[in-house]
Design a protein around this ligand. Structure first.
Ligand code: NAD
Length: 487
């Protein structure tokens, strides 16, 4: 059976490349090639820039209300096609249908809706300065590039295009080469909704295509989601033409469970924050610090629930709640970390092996894995694994655990479980992380800004402030009296 070949999406339609080079995309749950994608060669790259220039001219000339109306149509189509799009995400990523069906499309649509509503409300300022005055305009930047990771492909494309388009920019988006289809579907939906051709373009390929985007002088901003190491390369390359950057990078986030916490709730949060999307979430609380008084109770319940309640298998089965990892290579990387944990002396509470479920025997599954008796300097406690691997540590002093939680170059997220409201806020205020939860974990509504401290990122996505990151301020001074001049 021949598989489909997808071309790049430029100027409102699919465009064939000239080299004929393609790459294959596999379904992580079956190890089968499901389609091929053409790589954006020089011809496509040049066409993308020309298209985005024209798209920008048309789109930025429209009023924010007009843009908003069109984007809201796209939101409606996204919601109407929820199931079709969710299926694309399941086949590309290996994540469970039961997640994609209610999270991926919905949270993407929410963000476009949020910024479509916000853009017409964005205003400049004016101020008198003597008899003269100045006013400011919020103008779009121009062509913005988006570069996505593979864990939430459609959602990432929506989170980057929502504020960029609402503010009047055009976008060239490069999805991850592991999961390229969601962004194409979004491009088609934008056209159907009435977004002018050229406003949202999709180029396909791996690092080389990403490097071209970051170096191209016609592009004003790069919004990147991916690994810390790649983010550094992107930023260095973007510096060549002084592009604005947003960096959504990796994490190794702590969750602190105090002895007055509702332990069952804390176990729920720990499981969500390590096993949802088979552990492939940047904000995951992969370091769980549990107070010594509730440590045994916590790990007993965690072991029972992990062994009894997790169902791995064909991700399209609505009962399945643990999917396949993105690739064979990533599965091996995660299993390598598990070996390292064992070698360095952590105790394996449960899991630790590759899985081959009957309904998806060739998928890249890893058992939900919990290490206990972990020490702060172990590799599994220090490095992002990006798989279903949780490290549990014990503490008995508040100041000490805050210092341990902060002892990392990353700072994406953090959480606290306690019933003492003063302690909850006191502790959260001292944790060096951009996204924090109290008695909760993982929720990320469109209204809430998200982004990292330290090496986990620069700038924010979502929330009001993100719209500012897609506009630039023009100040206009207006003289109301004769110019005083010594000349
Ligand atoms: P990655 O860094 O390998 O790739 C991300 C994207 O960058 C891909 O599209 C890739 O093709 C492209 N790329 C690779 N090299 C490049 C280069 N030199 N120049 C430009 N682009 C280049 O990341 P990944 O493996 O796709 O995703 C997993 C990582 O993403 C994890 O570290 C995770 O924590 C992070 N992530 C962060 C967030 C967040 O919001 N903070 C969200 C999701 C994922």
């Amino acid at each position: 059976m021949t598989t489909p070949v997808y071309e790049n999406f430029i100027n409102g339609h699919f465009l064939k490349n000239q080299t004929g080079d393609t790459f294959a995309v596999k379904n992580p749950a079956t190890d089968e090639v499901i389609y091929h994608v053409e790589i954006a060669d020089e011809f496509i790259q040049n066409a993308a820039i020309e298209s985005a220039k024209q798209g920008f001219a048309a789109w930025s000339a429209m009023t924010p209300i007009e843009r908003s109306r069109i984007l809201l149509k796209a939101v409606a189509i996204l919601r109407e096609r929820n199931d079709e799009l969710a299926k694309v995400e399941v086949l590309d990523t290996g994540k469970p249908w039961q997640e994609a069906e209610c999270v991926d499309v919905e949270t993407g649509a929410d963000v476009i809706e949020y910024f479509a509503g916000l853009a017409p409300a964005q205003v400049g300022q004016q101020q008198m300065v003597g008899n003269d005055f100045y006013y400011t305009r919020k103008e779009p930047l121009g062509i913005c590039a988006g570069i996505g990771a593979w864990n939430y492909p459609l959602q990432i494309a929506c989170w980057k295009s929502g504020p960029a388009l609402a503010a009047g920019n055009s976008v060239i988006f490069k999805p991850s080469e592991e999961t390229p289809l969601g962004a194409i579907k979004l491009a088609e939906i934008f056209i159907e909704a009435g977004v002018p051709a050229g406003v949202f373009n999709v180029v396909q390929g791996a690092a080389e295509v990403g490097q071209w985007l970051t170096a191209n002088p016609n592009i004003e901003k790069v919004s990147f989601t991916g690994e810390v190491g790649t983010g550094k390369k992107v930023m260095a390359s973007a510096a060549g033409s002084l592009k604005d950057v947003t960096m959504e990078l990796g994490g190794k986030s702590p969750l602190l469970v105090f002895d007055d916490a509702d332990v069952s709730q804390a176990v729920s949060a720990a499981m969500l924050g390590n096993f949802y999307t088979q552990g492939e979430i940047c904000t995951n609380c992969t370091r769980i610090y549990v107070h010594k008084n509730v440590y045994q109770q916590f790990i007993d319940e965690l072991k029972t629930r992990t062994e009894q309640n997790i169902i791995a298998g064909d991700p399209m089965d609505p009962e399945v709640n643990l999917g396949a990892l993105i690739s064979k290579k990533h599965q091996e990387l995660v299993l390598g970390y598990i070996d390292k944990g064992i070698q360095e002396g952590a105790t394996l509470l449960t899991g630790g092996k590759a899985l081959s479920p009957a309904s998806a025997p060739n998928g890249y599954f890893v058992e939900p894995t919990v290490f206990v008796d972990c020490k702060d300097d172990m590799t599994i406690v220090r490095e992002e694994i990006f798989g279903p691997v949780m490290s549990v540590l014990v503490f008995d002093d508040e100041d000490d655990v805050i210092q341990r939680a902060n002892d990392t170059h990353l700072g994406l997220a953090a959480g606290v479980f306690t019933k003492d409201i003063q302690r909850a806020h006191r502790v959260i205020h001292q944790l060096q992380a951009g996204i924090c939860w109290i008695n909760s974990y993982g929720n990320s509504p469109a209204e809430m800004p998200v982004g990292g401290y330290k090496q986990s990122g620069i700038g924010r996505e979502n929330g009001i402030e993100t719209l500012d990151h897609y506009t630039q301020t023009k100040s206009i001074y207006v003289g109301m009296s004769n110019i005083e001049s010594p000349f």
